[in-house]
Design a protein around this ligand. Structure first.
Ligand code: AR6
Length: 168
């Protein structure tokens, strides 16, 4: 049985098979959740990321978790919000491709941050609707695969929004 949960946490503290990183196309680190994940994982993460030669928006790539409690990191690149419809599709792709990568690697728990809602400017409410609709749909379409999905809110306001989306 798969399940979807909402939590408020620093994603770098979560003991899951994979944490998702809201990275940029270089995959060479940055601020926000990306910076926090690289700091907590240690310099070996950047070394492995250098071998990946970047990542396109909406796509996802896997590395080890190094010093993180999580075994792996799934790096995905959210869209920089500009208000066009394609932003929504690309954000949805981030969730789908991360889940597909987790499944392909036999991972059974994954934690997502609120991709694109910080530096990349995606409105939180809109992003939350897309994130939950996408993940629920993926879980339904992959109901024979067991995976626990944690939607990780960094602050209380996001947690409340996430709770509302969870029960919809
Ligand atoms: N745990 C969980 N969530 C967090 C954490 C954390 N430790 N830190 C921040 N958040 P952002 P983006 C939340 O800016 O918008 C980087 O420089 C935060 O509150 O990290 O996809 C990359 O290198 C927000 O809701 O990612 C890229 O250049 C959410 O994570 C760019 O920022 C995403 O905020 C990506 O921007």
């Amino acid at each position: 049985m798969s399940n979807l949960k909402v939590i408020q946490a620093d994603i770098t503290t979560l003991k899951v098979d994979a944490v998702v990183n809201a990275a940029n196309k270089t995959l060479l680190g940055g601020l926000g959740v990306d910076g926090a994940i690289h700091r907590a994982a240690g310099p070996q993460l950047l070394e492995e990321c250098r071998q990946l030669h970047g990542c396109e928006t909406g796509q996802a790539k896997l590395t080890k978790g190094y010093n993180l409690p999580a075994k792996f990191v799934i790096h995905t690149v959210g869209p920089i919000y500009s208000g066009v419809i394609n932003d929504n599709n690309l954000l949805s792709d981030c969730y789908i491709n991360s889940l597909e990568l987790a499944k392909k690697n036999g991972l059974h728990s994954i934690a997502f941050p609120a991709i694109s809602t910080g530096a990349y400017g995606f409105p939180m409410e809109k992003a939350a609707k897309i994130a939950f609709a996408t993940v629920k749909n993926w879980l339904e379409s992959n109901s024979s695969y067991d995976i626990e999905v944690l939607m990780c809110a960094f602050d209380k306001k996001t947690l409340e929004l996430y709770h509302n989306e969870l029960i919809k």
